[in-house]
Design a protein around this ligand. Sequence first.
Ligand code: ATP
Ligand code: ZN
Length: 311
Amino acid sequence: MEREAAQAELRARLIEAGHLYPQPYQGLWAFGGDFEAVLAGVERQVHLMEPLQGVRQMTFPPFLGEREFVATGYMNSFPQLIGSVDVFTGDNREHRKMVAAKDAGEDWTTYLTPAHLDLVSAPCHATYPMHAGTTLEEPVKYEVSSRCFRHEPSDDPMRLVSFRMREKVCFGTPEAAVEHRELGMRVGPELLRSMGLTIEVEPANDPFFGRAAQIFAQGQLDAGLKYEFVCKVYGDENSGTALGSSNYHNDHFGLDFDVHVPGGGLAHSSCIGFGLERVTVALFATHGMDVSTWPADVRAVLGLSSDEQSA
Ligand code: ATP
Ligand code: ZN
């Protein structure tokens, strides 16, 4: 089946089963109770995944201050995916003009001003600024999550505008960051396979923007910086979709945030990240729309006990 037809079929089955509810904005979805129960099980498994020791757990808001956001370099490389918040700061007169513009069917948003708040693209971006201008005596490890925004509106139920991501991050010496990335390439696929998913590990590149995109993407591939945990949700005849990835950023964030390691070198970082809705959709695509019929071992891994079902 063609990729688009396969997407449409999966989308229809998820909607029919009450797992996904389409919202009026393309790429924005609401989720049903069973979907959330499965997603919670996935999130719990990511939490239990190595590394566990010495890991600081943090849940971030879905926004980053503009200074920090810009410093991550995301706006330079992926402007097509970013979004920012506008707010109303005017007086009564301005308010009346804004309402009049709206009532006349004109663009009322021109009365808003930037809040200097940007939507988070990946939760690991919030960890690096916490160490800005410091020397890391020891590598630091985080387990982080947040709601992410990426402006890539699509009808593909695997590609959302707003989604949740949970990551394990390491920031420290090059050796520690590389070791963390290597660990991710082992434990990431293991975790997904324990849920009955068929996973391939593939070298990958990010969707860089503009004329230099191919050069950046090829550089990332050549340097082996990004490996994705890929599942063929749309059949063997179509390319797979990444459910997670293990990424080595080299000294990118150390340079951006002026973070060093003992001896004076820049701090290096790596992260192991999972898109929670993506993994959940892949589970429904693999095991069927009725969670009560899923294999017992998969239900056990996800904490979907039979008691819970009948309760
Ligand atoms: P893709 O190549 O599919 O666009 P990516 O390389 O941009 O993904 P990462 O930046 O590595 O993705 O993000 C980590 C994980 O977040 C992905 O493996 C995926 O599970 C999830 N993710 C990324 N973009 C989306 C999206 N638009 N909708 C849902 N999940 C997403
Ligand atoms: Zn990350």
